[in-house]
Design a protein around this ligand. Structure first.
Ligand SMILES: [Zn+2]
Length: 52
């Protein structure tokens, strides 16, 4: 099975929505807004618990 590893991130600064491919350890990643270059971090609630 292939886990869903994509998420839509909304920039809190300019409001642009970008689709980001999320690796399984997404909680350790951050993204830069393609529009205003602000750093976007996944919200804690968006991080699925790692399956060990
Ligand atoms: Zn932005």
């Amino acid at each position: 099975m292939t886990p869903v590893t994509s998420a839509n991130l909304t920039c809190p600064v300019c409001g642009v929505v970008q689709k980001a491919e999320m690796p399984l350890n997404a909680c350790q990643h951050f993204y830069v807004c393609t529009s205003c270059k602000s750093v976007l971090k996944p919200k804690e609630g968006d991080c699925p618990a790692p399956i060990l």
